[in-house]
Design a protein around this ligand. Structure first.
Ligand SMILES: NC(=O)C1=CN([C@@H]2O[C@H](COP(=O)(O)OP(=O)(O)OC[C@H]3O[C@@H](n4cnc5c(N)ncnc54)[C@H](OP(=O)(O)O)[C@@H]3O)[C@@H](O)[C@H]2O)C=CC1
Ligand SMILES: C[C@H]1O[C@H](OP(=O)(O)OP(=O)(O)OC[C@H]2O[C@@H](n3cnc4c(=O)[nH]c(N)nc43)[C@H](O)[C@@H]2O)[C@@H](O)[C@@H](O)C1=O
Length: 324
């Protein structure tokens, strides 16, 4: 490998992928050594296209931040899209990367890989110890397959081909570049839009899905990007001290969670909405709680930097600039 690795960021126009690109450029990685393709240019579900792309470009490193992504409603109503597309993207990218000689690859999974009622906080060892949350089981199964793809290629080819494929499991993310779709987005962008529109239209009430009692841990997107680059660049000797061949994934969270009712108050304050809030319990709550134990990545030298109140301000500014 040359001293400046050629890096492919898959999903570079998405929320996390675009932040990974910003992070690499800010660390003086030359733009000319980044390989980027839009979805229209390269459909990662298409095996022939993916094999041809890797055979031609031969990157040194790959960040897989492309995925079929959405909130509780999208996951619940489009289960076939979530399992099929995520399985295909991961299998195509990992195998084509391997065949073209990629030594270092990082997959982004999700905290929903853990059982619905896993003991809190959820450590990496909780994987495959119980039943998954039904609203996102298909997506979670695909994300678990992503971890196992990396581990299986490492176990079969790590020694012979010198590959080292890793995976990180982000908690719920938010920030600039998020998807603000009214139904298909995650809770933070959905509430930013709903509270903003209620303030502008002087609506007396904003309705929140579910009971408000579920708790979630939220991480600002730039923290997720810095964690991804950090894990990619860890020396193998250090990474393998903290992981094992069949439990190699790394949780990435901020270590604190809040209830959806508390989050709604915070988003309302951020947006400047002064009306009432109510809850529609006919909508699904999803997992009651999914706080991750991030002590593994903390021991590896990474900590979240951005407090939720500050990150919400940044996200709202992004909404006002690009989506209002
Ligand atoms: N957002 C969150 O709260 C969380 C995200 N994650 C994970 O983090 C990663 C990044 O998520 P995030 O940035 O939020 O997602 P986004 O939806 O913002 O970005 C995903 C990107 O993937 C691209 N993409 C989707 N399908 C294909 C395809 N078939 N071929 C090529 N490109 C494709 C999209 O392009 P296009 O839009 O043009 O289709 C988009 O640029 C994902 O793996 C996700 O599962 C994990 C936990 C929480
Ligand atoms: C990241 C994670 O994202 C998804 O899981 P989730 O944690 O349930 O994510 P969510 O952001 O959609 O909801 C969080 C909570 O918030 C409540 N909630 C209130 N009001 C709105 C609302 O208006 N929109 C949404 N989406 N949720 C709302 C909602 O009822 C739930 O209790 C996975 O499918 C999977 O994709 C995954 O890995």
């Amino acid at each position: 490998m040359s001293s400046t690795p050629k890096i492919y960021v898959a999903g570079h126009r998405g929320m996390v992928g675009s932040s990974i690109v910003r992070t690499l450029l800010a660390a003086d990685h030359p733009a000319s050594a980044l390989v980027l393709r839009t979805h229209a240019e390269l459909d990662l579900c298409n095996q022939a296209q993916v094999q041809a792309f890797f055979a031609t470009e031969k990157p040194d490193q790959v960040y897989l931040a492309a995925a079929k992504v959405g909130g509780i409603h999208a996951n619940n109503t489009l289960p076939a899209d979530f399992i099929y597309q995520n399985l295909m993207m991961q299998a195509n990218v990992v195998d084509a990367a391997f065949r073209s000689g990629v030594k270092k690859l990082l997959i982004l999974g999700s905290s929903c890989i853990y059982p619905r009622l896993a003991p809190q906080p959820m450590g990496e060892a909780a994987l495959l110890t119980g039943t998954l949350e039904p609203t996102n089981e298909p997506y979670a199964i695909a994300k678990i397959a992503g971890i196992k793809l990396c581990e299986s290629y490492n176990r079969q080819y790590g020694q012979s081909h010198g590959i080292d494929y890793r995976s990180v499991m982000p908690t719920n993310l938010y920030g600039p570049g998020d998807n603000y779709h009214p139904e298909n987005s995650h809770v933070i962008p959905a509430l930013i839009r709903r509270f903003h529109e209620a303030r502008v239209n002087q609506a007396p009430m904003v309705t929140i899905w579910g009971t408000g009692s579920p708790k979630r841990e939220f991480l600002y997107v730039d923290d997720m990007a810095s964690a991804s680059v950090h894990v990619m660049n860890l020396p193998q000797a250090i990474y393998s001290q903290h992981t094992s061949p069949m439990q190699s994934h790394i949780n990435v969270g901020c270590g604190q969670d809040i209830s959806i009712a508390e989050l709604a108050q915070l988003v309302g304050q951020t947006v400047g909405y002064t009306g009432a809030i109510d809850f529609d319990a006919s909508k699904p709550d999803g997992a009651p709680r999914k706080l991750m134990d991030s002590s593994r990545i903390n021991a590896l030298g990474w900590q979240a930097q951005v407090a939720l109140q500050d990150g919400l301000q940044q996200a709202y500014q992004d909404f006002l600039k690009n989506h209002a």
